[in-house]
Design a protein around this ligand. Structure first.
Ligand code: AMP
Length: 428
């Protein structure tokens, strides 16, 4: 008898390990610099956690894609088919909602789905996952999308495209689903079997169909974006403005709808030109109702996941290895409303080189400095009216108390010089 790995699973051999390590280190570095902390939930949970989160109409439940088993104690358990439900269960169990928002959590590890194996589709595969909880400002959406993009870049990828959509608020989704039921209901017999099932349970998912016949019908339909209410529209526009400001290339794609029932507003995917049909490296979206749905306090949230196998497949095609390093260095404090977007913009620029965090709402200097100290940063950078006028940040060295003004355009060289000085002192 010859044993073989189970269909849809594979071994990561010693020669391949550095490639895997490279991806996980890239994620740890990019996410760590943005203040995202790692959390490792168990590989299995009570099945109810996943069923409740995914919703009755999801493929996970409908197509029985979950690996569920009964243990000797008679408990019904499931190998995680995604990270989000387990991470949120832990977030609630450990009262992390009492921490200052946003709470940013990332995870890595195996995911299990009983899908039909094919290129880029396994039954056990690895994901890097990120969740940002507690704030609903579009600045968070833009940051979260950017973190996915930057992480994939740091893996060595070049031919990336970000696709951005919005599914609106629950009432917009409901209106759109009503529209789809009316339109597609009349042509139900022309749809594939899967799409007919989706039409019954969650019509929006018909847009995801890969079936050519379905696609033709879908092409004639209105898109979720045409159903957005004014607030959801403004939110979507603001997300785009931030991404444009930060130079993150994206395209609005009105056909992006995420597979699970809990998504609202922003939905996004990152694709790679070279990996064929399964070109989505990763994706995510906003899920403001989910924490509450799982029994917690009303908490906005947004997250993403990417598949490491697909990333490695893409890296093999255009990958360039990039080097790691870095610890937190600077915390930027917005002292008025205008400064919130300004510090975010500065932080995203500097994060190409340094670990930089910032506040998400207006703070007075005292509280702002306390935030900065709490983050463990070496420098705090204050930004208000006066600084704006002069095109500077007021920088405070949190170790020595020394304070000085640095022009925005000189921040990068100032910080680089400080790090350089450290190296020299250290080598004496
Ligand atoms: P999802 O949670 O379905 O949005 O998946 C997020 C990412 O995980 C996808 O973009 C893929 O990169 C990856 N992924 C999903 N399903 C599989 C699978 N069966 N095998 C390998 N990678 C997968």
């Amino acid at each position: 008898m010859k044993f073989q790995a189970v269909k849809g699973t594979y071994d990561i051999l010693p020669t391949d390990q550095p490639r895997w390590t490279h991806v996980f280190e890239a994620a740890a570095r990019v996410l760590g610099r943005a203040g995202v902390q790692e959390i490792t939930p168990p590989i299995f949970e009570h099945s109810e956690v996943f069923v409740k989160a995914a919703g009755e109409s999801s493929d996970l439940v409908v197509q029985k894609e979950m690996y569920t088993f009964t243990d000797a104690g008679g408990r019904t358990l499931t190998l995680r088919p995604e990270f989000t439900p387990g991470v949120l269960r832990a977030y609630l169990e450990h009262g992390m909602y009492t921490r200052p928002a946003p709470v940013k959590l990332w995870s890595r590890g195996p995911i299990f789905r009983a899908e039909k194996p094919q290129r880029g589709r396994f039954r056990q595969f690895q994901q890097v996952n990120c969740e940002v909880l507690g704030l609903e400002t579009p600045l968070i959406d833009a940051e979260t999308v950017t973190l996915l993009y930057r992480t994939l870049q740091a893996c060595g990828l070049k031919n990336l495209s970000v696709k951005l959509g919005s599914v609106g608020d629950p009432e917009d989704r409901a209106a759109y689903n009503r529209y789809l039921r009316e339109e597609l209901g009349q042509r139900a017999e022309e749809l594939s079997k899967t799409s007919r099932e989706r039409l019954r349970l969650n019509p929006m998912r018909v847009l995801d169909s890969k079936d050519a016949g379905d696609q033709e019908i879908v092409a004639t339909l209105k898109r979720p974006l045409e159903f957005l209410n004014a607030d959801a529209r403004a939110h979507f526009d603001a997300v785009q403005d931030y991404l444009t400001d930060w130079g993150v290339p994206f395209a609005v794609d009105s056909s992006i709808v995420r597979g699970l029932d809990y998504y609202r507003r922003t939905a996004f995917e990152v694709h790679h030109a070279g990996i064929g049909a399964q070109s989505a490296l990763g994706g995510g979206g906003r899920y403001d109702g989910l924490v509450e749905h799982l029994g917690g306090p009303a908490t906005p949230g947004i997250g993403w996941a990417f598949g490491v196998e697909r990333v490695l497949d893409a890296v093999a095609q255009d990958g360039v290895m990039q080097e790691a390093e870095a610890k937190p260095l600077l915390f930027l404090v917005p002292m008025d409303e205008t400064a919130v977007a300004e510090v975010a913009r500065t932080a995203f620029g500097l994060r190409n080189f340094f670990a930089v965090q910032h506040g998400y709402k207006e703070r007075n200097p005292g509280k702002g400095l306390r935030d900065a100290e709490r983050s463990g940063a070496r420098f705090a950078g204050l930004r208000g009216d006066r600084e704006r006028e002069r095109g500077v940040y007021t920088l405070k060295n949190l170790e020595t108390g020394e304070q000085l003004e640095v022009a925005e355009t000189d921040l990068e060289s100032f910080l680089a010089a400080r790090l350089e000085a450290d190296v020299q002192v250290g080598s004496l």
